[in-house]
Structures are given as structure tokens and as C-alpha cells.
Design a protein around this ligand. Structure first.
Ligand SMILES: Cc1ncc(COP(=O)(O)O)c(C=O)c1O
Length: 451
């Protein structure tokens, strides 16, 4: 019997296609065609196929080499193909990739212990990604806020979340609900109810919005996607004291800024107090997907078996690699390297800012660096790529650098030389009216970043 031809059957093979790619016919072009035809169009990707990496460099399918100052968006903290990470992956992949959370594995407990030591918190839940860790943290906050007398299924009196303007916490429903950027959130309305946004580093706005119905305040200790804006000490201290006063939780999203990125184990360690929950992911398992919620004993006492869970989170392979990642940071003294290389980059960029008047500001915490321009940032990213340098642009005007923790002094120099050429050669494009209207946090945040 003849079937209705499916969408896929009706498609021509890549090599038969007419149009701009047809004549090329190579494997690379077939790959790009398949991507264009079959992937959900969620990304504006560069038309290159990255094939492999070594240390701070990556290579594309034509053999072109790039200095990687984006690090897979803060994931590849040890660069590419770090020998200790590769060794553990080989060893453990041959033993057990997945076993299930119905049993213990040899790595989850020791990894939780290590994260507790690094963070000063008590207990850990392993998830698969940053956004999933954020959603889990929000569930813990709701659980903690619920009075045992309130019947299950009714909204708890203490259920509101405070988040910050300019924030980014992820793409699942909970995380997107506390993400300020409207283009990520509004198309999916109604999102999780009970969320209000306070102005970044504006203590009076925070005080005005905090009351006893708030179950948690969520903040990125250094805002990443928003353009590298650190939380000020005054704001952190007030958030901590208001949370304590109202028996709400302070949740620090350290998915981008945590685990060494700022030169400390956690970015909040530059303050004198701790959050009730912190969430991490990106670099944790050397590029394998793994996220974690770290919290206090007080929060953990409300949790019982079955309330939360995951199939993949905390699997033996990912946890073994994560343990190795944390050990490499300690053994190779990488926090110090982050501080030293970060200072060199900041110094070099500050000199370039004197030379190029379209650089408005440099904001940096360790190896988390934002270069705010008064012109469109995207053309600089493209020019850099042409010249073998990877970085990205966030919020239209801010070039973002997230190099690996293993970069050397020589690679910092290599970057500064390349970047100077990029700044010089890129055609400058004035801000479009759309992008000029992009909200930027107030100057109060800028001042904090310089300190
Ligand atoms: C601060 C922050 N929170 C949450 C997320 C979401 O993490 P994931 O993409 O792993 O879900 C990100 C990702 O960029 C992030 O930077």
C-alpha cells in the first residue's frame, strides 16, 4: 500500500539540491544543509563546523585554528582535551556511564562532599543543566516557604520570588519566569506566577519589594548574559539580611560565575555571608552535562524521597569527571592563574580603551569580562572570527570574554594583539534605534564593577 509521503521522504538529498549550496556538494555542506533543514531554528549559528580542540584553541572542518576566548560559553574551563579529563572519561566510560539514582555510585557522595567544602554549604542535589538546577532551587524555596499547616495544593502564603532586572537564569518554565529579558519570557506567558523584578544593585527598590510573602530572592552574583554586572556588596548584604528577617531564601545563581571563574571557588566568597542555596553547572563536569543545587541543612530537612528527582543527574561518568575537574583546579593552582591572567587582561583592555573611544567601559571579575561599546558589537565578533578569535556579544553592545582557566601569559598577549587589530579593522556600525533602546542597568552597577 502506498503511504502518504512523509515530510522527510519528500525531501531531496542534500547533493541534489538546487540553490546556493548545491554546487559545493562536500560533506561539510551536506552537514550545514541538514542543520538548516532539520534543526529547530533556535540559534543564529555561524556557518562553520567546529571539529576539535586542544587547550585554549579550537579547529574547524577546514583546519582553521581559533583562540577560544568564549570557552563554550563558560563551560570549557580546562580548555579542550585536558589529559586528566580525557583519561577519566575513557576509564569510566568503559566501566559504567549510567547506573540510576536507585543505587549509589562511587562518585556522587565524594563529589557532594567536595562541593560542600568549596561552598561552605551542606547538601547537594545533582541535575543535568543550569536551568534544571534553577528550577529545583525554586521548588526548594516554595517548599521551605510553605507552612506545614497550609494544605498541599493551595498556594502557600509565602510563595513570591524576587529576581533582578537584566537577569538570566535559563529556559525551563521556572527559570524563564525569573529571567528579566522579555524576549525570552513573554512569548511563553503565562509563566510561573508570583515573580517580581527589582533593580540591580538598588537597595531601596529591593526593600520596597520585599515582604513576608517572598519565599526567595534569586540573583546572579555576577550577571553574565546581562553583560557582566557584579552584585554590589551593599546589595548582597541587604538581600541577605532581608531574606533572614523574612525567613526567605537567598539563592545565588553561580552557573556562569561560580567554580573558579572569578578567581574564587564561588563569586559570593568576596562577601562575608553565604547564600541559602547556590546553583552551578557549566564547567562542573568538564563539558559533560551536569548541574548541582547546593544548600543548607535547614532547607534540606524539608525534603523527603520522591519530592524531586532526575534520571540522568549525578551519573557515575559525569560525577567522576567533575571530581577530576575540581582536583585539577586545586592541583594546578588555577584560581591563582585566573586572578593573574584576569588582571593582565583587564590592564591590557584598559589601555585599548584609551586608544579606541568607542569602548565605553570594561567590567571584569577574574576571567569573566565584558567590554561595553557605544557601537554594535556583532560586527566585532564576526571580524574576530575571520581572524581566528572566538568571543561573543551580549545585549547588542557588550563583547563577552570567558576564556579557559588554563590560559597562559603568552595567550593573553596573543589575544590582546589580535583584539587590537579587530578593534581597528571592524567597520563601526552605529546603534540601531532598536538596540539603542535595549535596557541597560544603571550606572550604579558600573561603579560596582570598577571597584
Ligand atoms: C547565570 C545562568 N543561569 C542559568 C543558565 C542556564 O544554564 P543552562 O544553559 O545549562 O540551562 C545560564 C546559561 O547561560 C546562566 O548563565
Amino acid at each position: 500500500m502506498m503511504r502518504n509521503s512523509s515530510k522527510k521522504n519528500s525531501k531531496a538529498q542534500p547533493a541534489q539540491k538546487a540553490g546556493k549550496f548545491a554546487a559545493l556538494g562536500s560533506k561539510r555542506d551536506a552537514c550545514l544543509l541538514d542543520a538548516e533543514e532539520f534543526l529547530l531554528p533556535t540559534y543564529k549559528r555561524q556557518p562553520v563546523i567546529m571539529t576539535h580542540g586542544k587547550g585554549a584553541y579550537v579547529f574547524d572542518s577546514t583546519g582553521k585554528k581559533y583562540l577560544d576566548f568564549l570557552g563554550g560559553i563558560a563551560v570549557n574551563a580546562l580548555g579542550h582535551a585536558h589529559p586528566r579529563i580525557v583519561k577519566v572519561i575513557r576509564r569510566e566510560a568503559a566501566r559504567a556511564i549510567h547506573l540510576s539514582n536507585l543505587y549509589h555510585n562511587a562518585f556522587q557522595g565524594p563529589l557532594a562532599r567536595k562541593l560542600a567544602e568549596w561552598s561552605g554549604l551542606d547538601r547537594v542535589f545533582f541535575a543535568n543543566s543550569g536551568t534544571e538546577a534553577v528550577d529545583g532551587a525554586m521548588k526548594l524555596a516554595r517548599l521551605h516557604g510553605r507552612n506545614p499547616e497550609e494544605s498541599a495544593g493551595t498556594p502557600a502564603k509565602k510563595h513570591r520570588f524576587l529576581a533582578l532586572e537584566n537577569s538570566f537564569h535559563g529556559r525551563t518554565f521556572g527559570a524563564v519566569s525569573v529571567t528579566a529579558t522579555e524576549k525570552y519570557r513573554l512569548p511563553f506567558a503565562p509563566v510561573v506566577p508570583g515573580v517580581e523584578f527589582a533593580r540591580l544593585n538598588d537597595v531601596s527598590d529591593l526593600e520596597a519589594k520585599f515582604d513576608s510573602t517572598v519565599c526567595a530572592i534569586l540573583l546572579e552574583t555576577v550577571q553574565g548574559e546581562g553583560g557582566i554586572y557584579p552584585i554590589s556588596e551593599a546589595f548582597w548584604n541587604r538581600a541577605r539580611s532581608l531574606a533572614t528577617q523574612h525567613d526567605a531564601l537567598l539563592i545565588a545563581d553561580e552557573i556562569q560565575c561560580g567554580l573558579g571563574r572569578t578567581g574564587r571557588h564561588f563569586a559570593y566568597q568576596r562577601f562575608s555571608s553565604k547564600p541559602d542555596i547556590t546553583v552551578v553547572a557549566k564547567p562542573l563536569a568538564g563539558g559533560l552535562p551536569l548541574g548541582a543545587i547546593l544548600t543548607t541543612e535547614a532547607v534540606a530537612t524539608r525534603v523527603s524521597p520522591g519530592m524531586h528527582g532526575t534520571t540522568f543527574g549525578g551519573g557515575p561518568l559525569a560525577c567522576a569527571v567533575a571530581l577530576e575537574f575540581l582536583s585539577v583546579i586545586e592541583d594546578e593552582n588555577l584560581l591563582e592563574n585566573v586572578q593573574l591572567r584576569g588582571a593582565e587582561l583587564r590592564e591590557g583592555l584598559t589601555k585599548l580603551a584609551l586608544q579606541f573611544d568607542f569602548i565605553r567601559e570594561i567590567r571584569a571579575e577574574g576571567l569573566m569580562i565584558g567590554i561595553e561599546l557605544s557601537v554594535e558589537g556583532a560586527p566585532f565578533v564576526n571580524e574576530a572570527m575571520q581572524r581566528g578569535l572566538l568571543m561573543n556579544c551580549t545585549h547588542d553592545f557588550t563583547l563577552r570574554l570567558l576564556p579557559p582557566f588554563i590560559i597562559t601569559k603568552a595567550q593573553v598577549r596573543e589575544f590582546l594583539n589580535l583584539f587590537e587589530i579587530v578593534l581597528e579593522k571592524t567597520p563601526k556600525q552605529a546603534a540601531t534605534s532598536d538596540s539603542a533602546n535595549t535596557e541597560r542597568p544603571g550606572r550604579v552597577a558600573h561603579a560596582a564593577a570598577r571597584g
